[in-house]
Design a binder for this molecule. Structure first.
Ligand SMILES: Cc1cc2nc3c(=O)[nH]c(=O)nc-3n(C[C@H](O)[C@H](O)[C@H](O)COP(=O)(O)O)c2cc1C
Length: 469
């Protein structure tokens, strides 16, 4: 049986297939589809030796090779960490081998540095179908779990205790000293230079979802009174200084992108009008691409909170519409909840330049080909983790686990299960229940495994229909 898809209004998909030159880099995107960042947790890991950790593995090469073949205009990696003392999770890719230096290795010889050789192979895999391949660079700041960092750095000493902060332990952060800020900036810039040498087309700064760059941006977490706090220009200074450093140290083809929150959904949070001011600032500092997202660990937002956005699919479309009129040169992408070609084309008609797809890209690594060449009008509608519901934080959690299970399958060269198929989802839910039961007793210093699909024989990647009996 072919998968069941979201139904779209009748619409011509061809605008999504048009190429897009970038304003500051000389790169051109082949189309308007962005495979957005999703943390993979497939890199090497040794909790006691960062020199052996964070190196891309064969699983990552296979995963990105399959996405590379999928017809995407841009592929963004899951967050790659610039400081090994502050991880988003064990199993992250890491660019800094030595905790003492917290800087990427200056050794960019594939002959002598297995880390560099692995990043070169990763870039080749992600680019092999013609996508522009970006590394998402992240420093989690106060969103580093206590088991990994008891004294995290942040803009100020505001501890994460609400939302996910009430479920997991996060240490009380200390405000970054000016020396630490200089060190963090250098880590981002060196990471960009390292990745450019390895063959990446560019980087995306992760300044959304409450991580360190967002902690500086938001007045709820940045209480500083020096030149990195107060006005928006000051709160964005860490970002703009990193941008200037990256632009100064990389070539004219190098793509500079950023992911920001259109709103943080919390009192006195980073408001939508300020997001509009921020985009002007980002253009001054020559960001090519601005991806609009939302939500933080304190206030997750990857589900519909209002009927008005549910009707329009994209969680953050209303905020995007406030922001986009202020953008003059940068290219804007909107991510979150977009599932039909109708909504994708609507996003372009609202002035956005493209759409970001997370969970659907794991269910269907070749989604752009399905839409542009095979005429599909919607993503596969999953039986669990559907976004077409109001509320649904639970649906987010299940949907995110399903995306993780799909990524695990693809990384093992298996065809991802069809999430609209009852027997396949039963197999996923069996694995999910085991995963939930094991969760409380897991060691937080070890890689958190993805859900493994139970009682379904894996099919080799590319085999869509079950073999004939
Ligand atoms: C498994 C998983 C991992 C994610 N990891 C990241 C990440 O590393 N960086 C990031 O910016 N967003 C991350 N996200 C958020 C996605 O990029 C995206 O913003 C979100 O899933 C909403 O888009 P969607 O509705 O198309 O899935 C992750 C999402 C999922 C499901």
């Amino acid at each position: 049986m072919p998968p069941t898809r979201y139904t779209s209004r009748a619409v011509d998909a061809s605008p999504l297939g048009s190429s897009l030159p970038l304003p500051f880099s000389s790169a051109v995107l082949p189309n308007r589809f962005m495979k957005v960042a999703m943390t993979e947790r497939f890199a090497t890991w040794d909790p006691d030796d960062m020199n052996l950790s964070g190196i891309p593995t064969q699983q990552l090469l296979d995963l990105y090779g399959h996405w590379g073949d999928g017809g995407w205009g841009i592929i963004v990696t899951g967050n790659i960490i610039v400081d090994p003392t502050h991880l988003e999770a064990p199993g992250n890719m890491i660019l800094a081998p030595s905790p003492s230096s917290s800087l990427p290795s200056p050794n960019t010889s594939a002959d002598t540095d297995p880390r560099f050789a692995a990043y070169q192979k990763l870039a080749a895999a992600g680019k092999r179908g013609g996508a522009v391949f970006l590394a998402q660079l992240n420093h989690p700041g106060r969103q580093t779990e206590f088991a990994l960092q008891e004294n995290p750095v942040s803009a100020s000493d505001v501890q994460l205790t609400k939302g996910i902060g009430a479920l997991y332990a996060f240490g009380k952060p200390h405000p970054a000293s000016l020396d630490e800020i200089a060190h963090i900036k250098a880590a981002f810039v060196r990471a960009a230079v390292y990745l450019e040498k390895a063959g990446f087309d560019g980087i995306q700064l992760h300044a959304a979802h409450g991580y360190l760059l967002a902690q500086f941006l938001s007045p709820t977490t940045n209480l500083r009174t020096d030149s990195y706090g107060g006005s928006l220009a000051n709160r964005a200074r860490l970002i703009t200084e990193i941008a200037d450093g990256v632009r100064g140290a990389t070539g004219p083809d190098f793509v500079l992108a950023i992911k920001i929150n259109s709103v943080e959904f919390q009192d006195a949070g980073f408001a939508a009008e300020e997001a509009a001011q921020l985009v002007s600032l980002l253009e001054m500092h020559r960001f090519d691409i601005i991806e609009l997202s939302g939500g933080t660990y304190e206030a997750p937002a990857w589900h519909h909170k209002k009927e008005s956005t549910r009707r329009r699919e994209a969680f953050f479309i209303e905020f995007a519409e406030l922001v986009v009129p202020h953008v003059k040169r940068a290219r804007t992408f909107l991510t979150g909840g977009i599932r039909t070609v109708g909504a994708m084309v609507d996003a372009l008609e609202s002035g956005l330049d493209g759409v970001g797809l997370g969970r659907p890209s794991a269910a269907e690594p070749k989604l752009p080909i399905e839409i542009l060449r095979s005429g599909k009008k919607g993503c596969i509608k999953p039986l669990v983790g559907d976004t077409d519901v109001l509320g649904g934080e639970e649906s987010w959690a299940v949907g995110a686990s399903l995306a993780g299970a799909h990524m695990l399958q693809i990384s093992l060269n298996q065809q991802p299960i069809d999430p609209s198929d009852g027997a396949s989802i039963d197999g996923f839910l069996k694995g999910f229940d085991k995963w939930v039961a094991a969760f409380p007793v897991r060691s937080k210093r070890e890689v958190l495994d993805h859900v493994r699909i139970e009682s379904i024989d894996p099919r080799p990647y590319g085999v869509v229909e079950p073999p004939a009996a």
